[in-house]
Design a protein around this ligand. Structure first.
Ligand code: ARG
Length: 442
């Protein structure tokens, strides 16, 4: 029973939150005249002693005492004696654990928010340095149209900024205090829930005691937002794995964020990127696991809910690790400007520019232009060269009205420079977005 019942093995991570919650509760009880001021003072000092014992590593946790809440309270009894028993007046472990866990999760949301900010800054620095470096843009992982390195980096800035706003949004929504909901029905003691909510940094007390003790939406919202962020991290990690391969050579990862092989001396493996890609599965798993724990629970508290913490702890640890590793990798990596440029020109990546030119200059309907361009691509393919390497005569054999000017749009730099529509890949647009984000983050 002890082995299946106890949560102290993991919920000791909420010790600081448990003590903070208890201090707020005791102070409120005294202010309301529910307990004596002297007892409240003894409780406060006792809790502070226990906090330093725990922080100093000198606290003996007991599985027989089940969880962090009982461990702290039992120790309080040893430290201050009889007044310890008054702390739990008008409170239950059900509202206590909901409060502690919310406080812990709220801290994590703030930490993730900060880590995302740091990652975004690293991406912005890459984007700014390479705002006009050309590279292939892909669809289906087939070369599509040239884009700029800066534009590709900025795509991730947008994604991680949305992740950040999801995290901030979750924090706003979760910031209601469960403390004082007691076991499930509230309490007959004249408690002041506004006071404890305020003392613990919540916006207000939760309005329904049944909901307050059985809500784990806040944990699920954290896991859902974490999962989406993790998915973005995994996509970027995947690109780094591909880009750092000998076939691509788009980026060189730093030695700090790669490893060698024990047998193949030439190898430089993108282990950090691969591990980010892999660890993401644990975060998705945590989300599904807790959804499944919660989906069949009648109101209000059931012990099933004790299974919430390990999922959130593990997801939070791995998300923070992945964010830190990604930030380091992005900061350290160098894009290989020349390889990017060579790759940008392969695969007839300016075929769309050619079709657009036929429309714009010769007034051709786009569908016809598409067809003519297809014939020109076939010609170049047969000749084993790229579009700009065809002679004007060869072009005119496909369509007689093509003129020398067409060569102006065929280079990759011309191509990206021309894509000046809002949100487009033109260096001018990329610089505009970099400036906008820098200002937003300042
Ligand atoms: N260890 C429990 C948990 O994590 C604390 C709440 C226990 N409440 C109860 N009524 N048994 O959920």
């Amino acid at each position: 029973m002890e082995a299946i019942n106890a949560s102290i093995g993991f919920d000791q991570r909420m010790a600081a939150q448990d003590i903070e919650g208890s201090r707020a509760h005791a102070a409120m009880l005294a202010a309301q005249g529910i307990i004596d001021g002297k007892d409240a003072e003894a409780i406060r000092e006792g809790l502070l002693t226990i906090l330093s014992e725990i922080e100093g590593g000198g606290f003996a946790f007991s599985t027989a005492l089940e969880d962090i809440h009982m461990n702290v309270e039992a120790r309080l009894k040893e430290v201050i004696g009889e007044p310890a028993g008054r702390l739990h007046t008008g409170r239950s472990r059900n509202d206590q654990v909901a409060t502690d866990f919310k406080l812990w999760t709220r801290d994590q949301l703030d930490a993730v928010d900060q880590a995302l900010g740091a990652l975004i800054k690293a991406l912005l620095a890459q984007a700014e340095a390479g705002a006009d470096w050309v590279m292939p843009g892909f669809t289906h992982l087939q070369v599509a149209q040239p884009v700029t390195w800066g534009h590709h980096m900025m795509a991730y800035v947008e994604m991680f900024a949305r992740d950040r706003s999801r995290i901030q949004d979750a924090r706003r929504r979760m910031n209601e205090c469960p403390l004082g909901a007691a076991a499930l029905a509230g309490t007959s003691f004249p408690i002041d829930r506004e006071a404890t909510a305020q003392a613990l940094g919540f916006d207000r007390p939760a309005a329904n005691s049944l909901d307050a003790v059985s809500d784990r939406d806040f944990a699920l919202e954290f896991l859902a937002a974490a999962s989406i962020c993790a998915m973005h991290l995994s996509r970027l990690a995947e690109e780094l794995v591909i880009w750092s391969s000998a076939q691509f050579r788009f980026v060189t990862l730093s030695d700090r964020f790669s490893t060698g092989s024990s047998i193949m001396p030439q190898k430089k493996n993108p282990d950090a990127a691969e591990l980010i890609r892999a660890k993401i599965g644990r975060i998705f798993g945590a989300n599904v696991a807790l959804m499944t724990v919660m989906k069949g629970l009648p109101l209000a508290y059931s012990k099933d809910m004790q299974e919430d913490k390990e999922q959130v702890f593990d997801a939070a640890d791995n998300l923070m690790l992945a964010l830190a590793a990604m930030e380091g990798m992005v900061k350290d990596m160098s894009a290989n400007r020349d390889s990017l440029e060579v790759a940008a020109a392969t695969g007839f990546s300016t075929a769309t520019d050619l079709a657009d030119w036929l429309v714009r200059v010769l007034g051709m309907p786009f569908r016809d232009a598409h067809h003519v361009t297809g014939s020109l691509v076939a010609k170049a393919e047969a000749k084993g060269c790229d579009l700009p390497d065809l002679s004007l005569e060869e072009m005119q054999s496909v369509h007689e009205h093509i003129t020398q000017d067409v060569f102006d749009v065929l280079g990759v730099h011309n191509s990206v420079a021309s894509r000046t529509s809002y949100g487009g890949t033109a260096p001018s647009r990329v610089r505009e977005q970099v400036a906008r984000w820098k200002e937003a983050l300042a």
